[in-house]
Design a protein around this ligand. Structure first.
Ligand SMILES: C[S@@+](CC[C@H](N)C(=O)[O-])C[C@H]1O[C@@H](n2cnc3c(N)ncnc32)[C@H](O)[C@@H]1O
Length: 264
């Protein structure tokens, strides 16, 4: 089931709806974990591709090393505006530049960034190879490309409910579009050094409405008839009842770190 990216992310509203599930049930901070793995250095020049609202930066504002120069790129003008408003307030960030553009056509100079990050966005690319070539091109020698995406077991029990009502696989839809092993192959093709780390949490979900809002924030749930949406709510409620009001499901995210060769 494809997503119309320009509509889905025209504003941050759908993203915020999905973030509610994480805010309500996370036992630890995904953004803090991601920050620790990234090992950002003082004065790093960073491109945040598909930056969204810039939550990574605000969540880590008290941990950031100083003197950072951050270039925000997103296909959505409203996302860029929200992210810029948030980042200019952060003292650790010396300079913020913005760019409303597709990741497939990045207008930044060759070899100009220490870090390029693309968090939870590769499954939206219309041309993954082109975007990866672009992200590789703008990295300095020794620079790192950091890609995060959901693991195949992410929110397994939630997506299993979705497949009871809709004609979709019982797994995270982003994994169907961009299987992590295919992303790894593309990275191996462009970089000699590649590492993979996994973030793991378990959510104890007890609110049907939060699950329903998540599953109806993107296709097919958001376009479904009221009857099908009602059926979905029924499935969620029944599942919670079967499990004495609480269903447990993993929240699992993968982080790839690929390093461009150093000169000499
Ligand atoms: C799920 S959000 C992730 C936002 C942010 N990186 C985060 O982790 O919080 C995906 C973002 O990628 C952007 N996006 C999707 N496809 C894109 C493309 N081809 N080029 C640039 N941005 C894109 C969307 O507009 C959206 O803001």
């Amino acid at each position: 089931m494809s997503v119309d990216v320009s509509q889905q992310y025209k504003t941050s509203s759908n993203l915020k709806t999905r973030a509610n599930l994480h805010r309500r049930y996370a036992n630890k901070s995904w953004f803090e974990w991601a920050f620790k793995q990234m090992e950002l250095q003082e004065n790093d020049k960073i491109a945040d591709v598909g930056c969204g609202t810039g939550w990574f930066w605000t969540a880590n504002q008290h941990r950031l090393p100083t003197g950072l120069e951050v270039s925000l790129l997103d296909q959505s003008a409203q996302m860029i505006a929200e992210a810029e408003e948030a980042l200019v307030k952060l003292p650790a960030i010396k300079q913020v530049t913005t760019c409303v553009e597709q990741a497939e056509t990045i207008p930044f100079e060759d070899a100009s960034f220490d870090v390029v990050m693309a968090m939870h966005m590769v499954y939206h690319l219309s041309d993954t190879d082109k975007a990866m070539d672009e992200m590789r091109r703008i990295l300095k020698p020794g620079g790192r490309l950091i890609i995060t995406l959901n693991s195949p077991t992410n929110l397994q029990q939630v997506y299993e409910l979705n497949s009871r009502v809709f004609d979709v696989a019982p797994i995270d839809p982003s994994v169907v579009i961009a299987p992590p092993n295919k992303i790894a192959e593309r990275l191996q093709h462009r970089f000699n050094t590649l590492s993979l780390q996994t973030y793991k949490d378990v959510y104890a979900i007890d609110d049907a409405e939060t699950v329903f809002s998540t599953l109806t924030s993107y296709p097919p749930g958001n376009e479904a008839t009221p009857q099908l949406q009602e059926q979905l709510m029924g499935e969620i409620t029944r599942k919670l009842e079967e499990h004495n009001g609480t269903m447990h499901t993993p929240h699992e995210v993968l982080m790839f770190v690929a390093e461009a060769p150093r000169k000499g």
